[in-house]
Design a protein around this ligand. Sequence first.
Ligand SMILES: NC(=O)c1ccc[n+]([C@@H]2O[C@H](COP(=O)([O-])OP(=O)(O)OC[C@H]3O[C@@H](n4cnc5c(N)ncnc54)[C@H](OP(=O)(O)O)[C@@H]3O)[C@@H](O)[C@H]2O)c1
Length: 245
Amino acid sequence: MPEAETIWIIGASDGIGAALAHEWAARGARLILSARSAGPLEELAASLGPDHLALPLDVSDRKSLVAAAQKIAGIGPLDRVVHLAAMYDPGKVADLDPETAGKIVLVNLTGSFHIAQIAPPLLRNGGQLALCGSVAGYIGLPQGQIYSATKAGVINLAQSLRAELAGQYDVRLISPGFVDTRLTQRNDFTMPAMVTRDTAAQGIIKGLGRRSFEVHFPRRLTYALKLLSVLPYWVALPLTSRLTR
Ligand SMILES: NC(=O)c1ccc[n+]([C@@H]2O[C@H](COP(=O)([O-])OP(=O)(O)OC[C@H]3O[C@@H](n4cnc5c(N)ncnc54)[C@H](OP(=O)(O)O)[C@@H]3O)[C@@H](O)[C@H]2O)c1
């Protein structure tokens, strides 16, 4: 029997992260569950069984990440780190509140950078680090900022990290389309090809078990947006400007 994997999920208190926790616990993994809200994390850890640890932190606060890393180092090497924590409050550039926009950059992009520095030394040799982008980062769409810009940044960060850590760690990029979570519940438009968080979690686990750098789903949406992002600007931008609601 292979030994149980030890997996650190950051952004585990809700949504895709919580669904991943359920799926991996059912497969026998030992989980370290992080997000800001201690209560939901502890409830989740307890509901999954005795082997799991709730470890609250804020990814925009380097000190809280360093403290969490010290605790994890005492537990032993990790097989995987999956970083999902993010804030979502998109809109038209002119309408954005600069303070909220700055906070989103700090959580989504700077937070991913902190994880990119802090997580690798906690992994076993060949262990996996997955960062979460979004199809929103493939190409700038109207009314999607500043969230989309942070996700474009995470994609770029994961690409650099994949090359820099090649041969030591297995760096991956997760690119979801629309998933039914509290994050998308605030959208007031029809979301094409939406999937449940359980479907997303199962797809992510399957994808991370394969070899491809990027785990993207659902394909009917991701391939359409990938195509849009590789078209010449003179074709793509008139198409995206038609998406203004
Ligand atoms: N849902 C979608 O359609 C969709 C599409 C594309 C990409 N994604 C990406 O998928 C990931 C998960 O999204 P989701 O839909 O599951 O969102 P969600 O339900 O809002 O969950 C986000 C998680 O991140 C945690 N979090 C937020 N800010 C944090 C911070 N500063 N420090 C630590 N943890 C923090 C939240 O917990 P606390 O509030 O307790 O901290 C929560 O556990 C995100 O990276 C998102 O951008 C989602």
